[in-house]
Ligand binder design. Structure first.
Ligand SMILES: NC(=O)c1ccc[n+]([C@@H]2O[C@H](COP(=O)([O-])OP(=O)(O)OC[C@H]3O[C@@H](n4cnc5c(N)ncnc54)[C@H](O)[C@@H]3O)[C@@H](O)[C@H]2O)c1
Length: 312
């Protein structure tokens, strides 16, 4: 199958490209502007197009060349605070960029889209824990608004053009290759601090919770969404709430870190609790998380430690 992966030089995208290539039966291409992704993370078996999604002409040229039957859409402006500070920029990448992709691809036989939505920002403060896909969506950031709007656009493309989709609402994804210097990705940030011998910072009382899902589990969900041809919206998380304090304690244990974290003021607008149920994904695409938090943290810390050793 001809598959184009937008954002395939990034964290989740590059792991997914590796898994698609490993299947051995797909022709895989990557479209990425390398704004946060890395060229060296792009699997050598995939054709690479350095293209900014906002450039409609360049997107159309890449799509014309690749003629994808399936698109995995990962490319995004994913800094929540930047989306609040500059909603037009966020919409330029996350909405107009997505539409540039779809408007080109629908003309060359696109059949299916697997979209990386979010199970955090899309729901806003939750009322049920864990929540399923029927929970009310009340995003409080332009980033969350754009994810919700993209899901609506996908519904439109299915209705109007018969292009099927799976929108996967990921919980907080962590694992190897996540940017330790980014704004999001607390596990990668903590690993980076531990390896630099610096104290990690915990904002607020540290009792805010998230649902942490290992990237290998997310890649399996992505492939299951492709291979089962599942249709609709699916949460992809563990259903387990973990506080930042508890996350730090587990990471300190697996890494041997002993410097206590520094405490800082709570960040304005930060969501307090988040956990999502993946019962629907289990029923429809046969997907369940497999990697425990402890195991995932150990694998992730090992990756960063080895990476640092080899780049030193
Ligand atoms: N990491 C998480 O916890 C998480 C949770 C929920 C949803 N998601 C979604 O998953 C997707 C991938 O996230 P990630 O964590 O791998 O992030 P990432 O930053 O590693 O990957 C995003 C990729 O998109 C590329 N990109 C950004 N703007 C672009 C543009 N204008 N044109 C072309 N390429 C562009 C970047 O260079 C990067 O390679 C995103 O859509 C994100 O919103 C991630």
């Amino acid at each position: 199958m001809r598959i184009l992966v937008s954002g395939g030089a990034g964290f989740i995208g590059s792991h997914t490209v590796d898994a698609l290539v490993a299947r051995g039966c797909h022709e895989v291409s990557v479209l990425d502007d390398l704004s946060s992704g890395k060229r060296e993370q792009v699997n050598g078996a995939a054709r690479f197009h350095r293209v900014d999604l906002r450039e409609a002409g360049a997107v159309a040229a890449a799509i014309e060349r690749e003629r994808p039957e399936v698109i995995f859409h990962f490319a995004a402006q994913m800094d929540v605070r930047r989306s609040v500070a500059d909603p037009a920029f966020d919409a330029g990448v996350n909405l107009v960029g997505f539409l540039n992709l779809m408007e080109s691809a629908r003309r060359v036989g696109l059949r299916r889209v697997v979209f990386s939505s979010t199970g955090g920002a899309i729901y806003g403060e939750q009322e049920q824990f864990p929540c399923d896909e029927s929970h009310r969506c009340r995003p409080v950031s332009p980033y969350g608004v754009a994810k919700l709007a993209t899901e609506s656009y996908l519904f439109f493309y299915r209705t109007e053009y018969g292009i099927d989709y799976a929108a996967l609402r990921y919980a907080n994804v962590y694992g190897p290759r996540q940017d330790p210097h980014g704004e999001a990705g607390v596990v990668a940030i903590f690993c980076g601090r531990i390896l630099e011998g610096r104290a990690a910072t915990i904002f607020g009382d540290g009792e805010q919770t998230r649902d942490y899902i290992y990237v290998g589990d997310v890649v399996r969900a992505n492939l299951a969404a492709l291979e089962t041809e599942a249709s609709g919206i699916f949460n992809v998380g563990t259903g387990i709430e973990t506080s930042v304090n508890a996350l730090w304690a587990q990471l300190a244990e697996v890494s041997g870190a002993n410097a206590p974290p520094v405490r800082a003021a709570r960040r304005a607008g930060e969501q307090m609790r988040s956990a999502i149920s993946s019962a629907l994904a289990a029923a429809k695409i046969g997907w369940r998380p497999e990697v425990t938090l402890r195991d995932g943290l150990a694998r992730t810390f090992r990756y960063f430690a080895e990476h640092e050793a080899s780049s030193a």
